[in-house]
Ligand binder design. Structure first.
Ligand code: NAP
Length: 265
């Protein structure tokens, strides 16, 4: 089992991507510390996992520095270490508004959430990983980190920022044996079906085009990715397991390109 005896905190664990990564980590042997704001949602998901001895849940706002630090300390007290910290939180934000009409609040909202929470969660874990001289930080972005397209300036900047933070985490922490990897999937149709906040985010663009979100993603799948399809939740979760495992021990400071070829290096 790739993650046997590893303790993993997953922020955003009740979400479409977070729940798939959490399940895959669990099946790979990890002890899970699942985090979100809504504990009921977390507990409902946690109850579906086979080994309840290896699952804990906590309601923590990832943008609250003190709450995240307190929770991280509680995890270490209970489990002895934080081996993996994953930030896959996601929040509704405005897309589809032209630059000339975009308010500074709507522009800054995703930047604030994603940059603030990634800084806070990584730092809280790093403090406990440094003395152990090992650990893995995982984050998530989208192709928006590189695209010049219209209507997602704030979110695009947030994604570029997450990838920049990933490089800095790797640079600051490499000497302590701590790795940092960002996952960059293209849009995942299954996530929309699973109730992801991205459904509401994409609603404006699909309404403007006069088609459903599913049709919009199907058109994108045919025109963008070299593989003529979009990534699955399982593919993202399996990559997260690999990147978090010792099989990826030489990999740090990089972005795992899960775009099915809609972006190439
Ligand atoms: N969906 C896609 O197609 C796709 C593709 C590529 C990348 N991504 C990225 O992947 C991430 C997750 O997307 P998703 O589709 O899985 O989203 P989702 O299903 O809407 O899940 C979001 C998760 O984040 C948690 N969360 C939100 N704010 C939080 C906070 N302040 N503190 C703690 N937890 C918080 C939510 O739980 P609570 O509300 O209970 O806190 C929920 O568990 C996002 O960053 C997104 O940009 C998504």
């Amino acid at each position: 089992m790739l993650l046997a005896n590893k303790n993993a905190i997953i922020y955003g664990a009740s979400g479409a991507i977070g729940s798939h990564i959490s399940r895959a980590f669990h099946l790979a042997g990890a002890h899970l510390f699942l985090v979100g704001r809504n504990k009921e949602k977390l507990d409902a998901f946690a109850a579906t996992l086979p080994d309840q001895q290896r699952v804990d849940t906590a309601s923590v706002d990832a943008s609250d520095e003190n709450a995240v630090k307190k929770h991280a300390a509680e995890v270490v007290e209970k489990a002895g270490s934080i081996d993996i910290s994953v930030n896959v939180t996601g929040v509704f934000h405005i897309q589809g508004v032209a630059f000339a009409d975009l308010s500074v609040e709507d522009f800054m909202f995703p930047v604030n959430h994603y940059i603030r929470t990634n800084f806070i969660t990584a730092q809280a874990a790093a403090k406990h990983m440094i003395p152990k001289k090992s650990g893995v930080l995982l984050s998530i972005s989208t192709p928006g980190s590189k695209l010049p397209g219209t209507g997602f300036m704030g979110y695009g900047l947030a994604c570029s920022g997450i990838e920049a933070l990933n490089r800095h985490f790797a640079g600051e922490l490499g000497a302590y044996g701590i790795r940092s990897v960002c996952l960059r999937p293209d849009a995942i149709p299954e996530a929309i079906a699973a109730g992801s906040h991205s459904k509401e985010v994409f609603a404006k663009a699909s309404a403007a085009a006069g088609i459903s979100i599913e049709e919009m993603l199907a058109m994108h799948a045919q025109s963008g990715p070299l593989l003529k399809r979009l990534p699955t939740l399982e593919e993202v979760a399996n990559t997260a397991v690999f990147m978090a495992s010792d099989h990826a021990s030489a990999i740090t400071g990089t972005v795992a390109n899960l775009t099915c070829g809609s972006q190439v290096d």
